[in-house]
Design a protein around this ligand. Sequence first.
Ligand code: PLI
Length: 446
Amino acid sequence: MESSKRSWAEPFKIKMVELLKMTTPQQRASAIKEAGYNTFLLKSEDVYIDLLTDSGTSAMSDRQWAGLMLGDEAYAGSRNFYTLEKAAKKYYGYKYLIPTHQGRGAENILSQVMIKKGDIIPGNMYFTTTRLHQELAGGTFVDVIVDEAHDPENLDPFKGNIDLEKLQAVIRKHGAQKIPYVCVAVTVNMAGGQPVSMQNMKALRALTNKHGIRIILDMTRIAENAYFIQQHEKGYSRKSIAAIVKDICSYTDGATFSAKKDALVNIGGFLAINDNDIYEEASNLVVVYEGLHTYGGLAGRDMEAMAIGIEESVHDEHIRARIGQVLYLGEQLQKAGIPIVLPVGGHGIFIDAKKFLPHVPQDKFPAQALAAELSAGRNARTGDHYYPKLELVRLTIPRRVYTQAHMDVIAESVARVYKRRKQVKGLEMIFEPKYLRFFQAKFRKL
Ligand code: PLI
């Protein structure tokens, strides 16, 4: 990995700025209390540096903004759909494309088309919406990520990999006919933005081919995953990000995509697939949930901006600067002694809340107490809280939005909380929504 020492700068200059509201500590304390200590319930104008997510929060380029003016807002057959389809084919290589309003729209349709009641869907950890859609379609998710993913200190460069022995055991236990596909996320969000190696993709393809099982990619952060392959995997240092991205896709049968991350747009996603029958069924279903198969819940202008963003997302200098900024923040936090997930992943820094707040028991939500992330929900049968092995607070960095000075302010703020960490006591949940509870749950300070 190249050093994140900033002797280089971003490959863009700033043409327009958005002014931030500067708040006092008192204003911030009252805002977070009012939000039930859930960062998802804060008003954005009360937040100075917003690290809640890298989803839909990127800055679009002047070319993307110009693309908005090329919107062809016809109901059917918008010109922008064909531009998007062409870009997706060029950079990802899949045969058929169905736009959706965002990633979970594609997950819903894919799950309904491919999963039958009683099916098993192995995956390298899960993203919340992906797993929920699999379960709502009658499937059961089984985690087959490598054990290293659960160890925040393990320095393996590819902690997102699928454990092929775990997968084989799942196939033996349930039979290949119960497994409609293996779901592979690149990178693995919940493990800390950890990448999957190309070697793992190849081995997974060989194993699934043997059993006639499909591979569906969650390609939400695929350009970032490609950067780690370029930096760390033998034989890839001279390959372009664009070539690596296309290589990854070539080992799979289809993909769901949230364009709100890598593709540098504020809204959008798609389902891509090579199989004609699945495409036919999905393009029929998308009309029910999203819109006609040539816009899928998006305006023409959104599809144009997405097409341009897809191309910009695979520029080598863009991804180097993007991940370089994340690495820089990681180094500043490490210098301050903050326990973070290592190696630093692609889209943010994940603070190890169990180590940061060792005195706060897990049923008092140390990660939530520390900031935001409450991810796992309850066991549907027993009603117990799921206790993830990792209890993490994510500082997610939007793309092309903040400067190095913002990174320094973040590092200083976290270091200040770390110094007074003994005063943090944990939280009690006082409101729990039925689905994806971390978005809307409310808490009380202990
Ligand atoms: O937020 P969506 O519906 O466009 O995409 C859902 C989604 C799918 N897969 C992965 C790996 C994600 O990270 C993801 C959304 N992530 C969000 C919202 C995040 O804050 O990380």
